[in-house]
Design a protein around this ligand. Structure first.
Ligand SMILES: Cc1ncc(COP(=O)(O)O)c(C=O)c1O
Length: 353
């Protein structure tokens, strides 16, 4: 067996052999999932409206999800050739790294941020360059990002796991100064009260890509559909780089139907924004430091320690997100759901007093 391990390692690219597996949630006991920033408001009504028997699954989907791109074009008011669809935003991040990251080139991101960025970068053979945020987690270090001379810069805004939305002017300054591609990852943008944000102005930039997902405000994390929007040349390059047929017929149909459920999306976003304020105040009252958030989660620093608090919550059937990264060791992140979910957390925390 050891021999096999060594042989497999000898065939594997060094960067991949060194990879630590991505976070896997401990799911024993079917806990309340407050660890993955997904909706706690039930299934998107689109699910009940798509008649699966009307779909033809004997054939592949179109190569580049043409029907979904048309629906996205209609929704955002952009031509359809500005869109690239993927198996979740995560696949699109992978494609971006492969398309624009020459072996050994640098990818820079403000740090802390989404822990998948270093993972996909490492798999693609890129050098990962984290640039610490300024004023706590609040501000982008644009000059620090530019000094890294990255081929690819990725800025999540609102950022995960901090919840910060970076100033548009700073993001634009970064785009303008960069000789490379800037990905603005807007996975959580709906929770900041915005629907189109950067998208209407994409044609003004040679180098900006905006990433979106159906996994958060659309409540469809299990569907695995995301998309990006960019100018026509970037989109053409990325559609060429991706695998054909990468979004299935069924997920594509559901994603299109979900775009018609804006009232449901808006109601969920409104409820989260309300509860976010209440939860932040209640946690702060119990002594946790709570970082300001424009997303559907709160990053906190519990006085009793992050892992101790996470353990206590787990014993009470609640999963919150801990981190191994040095910048986040004191931090525990909670998804914001309904008042009853917050109340369960508050009750469990009472036991620590
Ligand atoms: C910042 C950020 N970007 C992108 C994603 C990707 O989401 P998905 O692959 O589900 O579309 C996530 C998911 O948690 C995220 O937090």
């Amino acid at each position: 067996m050891t021999d096999r391990k060594a042989r497999v390692a000898s065939w594997t690219r060094k960067a991949v052999a060194r990879l630590k597996p991505y976070y896997k949630a401990p799911l024993a006991g079917d806990p309340l999932r407050l660890d993955q920033n997904t909706t706690l408001f039930g299934n998107n009504p689109a699910l009940a409206k798509v008649r699966t028997t009307d779909l033809d699954l004997t054939q592949y989907p179109t190569r580049d999800s043409d029907a979904l791109r048309l629906a996205l074009a209609d929704f955002h008011g952009l031509p359809e050739d500005r869109f690239v669809c993927g198996n979740g935003g995560d696949e699109l991040l992978d494609i971006l790294c492969k398309a624009f990251g020459e072996d050994g080139a640098t990818i820079a991101t403000p740090w802390p941020s989404y822990s998948l960025y270093p993972h996909v970068a490492q798999v693609a053979g890129l050098r990962f360059h984290p640039v610490p945020t300024k004023r706590g987690f609040a501000q982008l270090d644009v000059d620090g990002m530019l000094a890294a001379k990255p081929r690819l810069a990725v800025v999540a805004s609102p950022n995960n796991p901090t919840g910060t939305r970076f100033a548009t002017g700073e993001i634009e300054r970064l785009a303008e100064g960069l000789d490379g591609v800037l990905v603005v990852d807007e996975a959580y943008i709906e929770y900041a009260g915005l629907k189109h944000s950067f998208l209407p102005r994409l044609d003004a930039f040679d180098n900006v890509v905006v990433l979106r997902t159906f996994s958060k405000a659309y409540g469809l994390a299990g569907l695995r559909v995301g998309y990006l929007a960019a100018n026509e040349e970037l989109a053409r390059m990325l559609n060429a780089a991706k695998a054909p047929f990468n979004v299935g017929v069924l997920p594509e149909a559901l994603a299109i139907a979900a775009l018609d459920e804006q009232e449901w999306v808006d109601a969920g976003v409104k409820a989260v924004r309300q509860e976010r304020d209440r939860m932040a105040a209640a946690l702060a009252k119990r002594g946790l430091k709570v970082h300001p958030s424009e997303a559907n989660f709160l990053l906190t620093e519990p006085p009793a320690g992050a892992s101790e608090t996470a353990d206590l919550l787990r014993r009470n059937g609640i999963l919150a997100r801990t981190f191994t990264d040095a910048a986040l060791q004191r931090c525990l992140r909670f998804t914001v759901g309904k008042p009853e979910h917050t109340d369960r957390v508050l009750q469990a925390l009472e036991a620590m007093r």
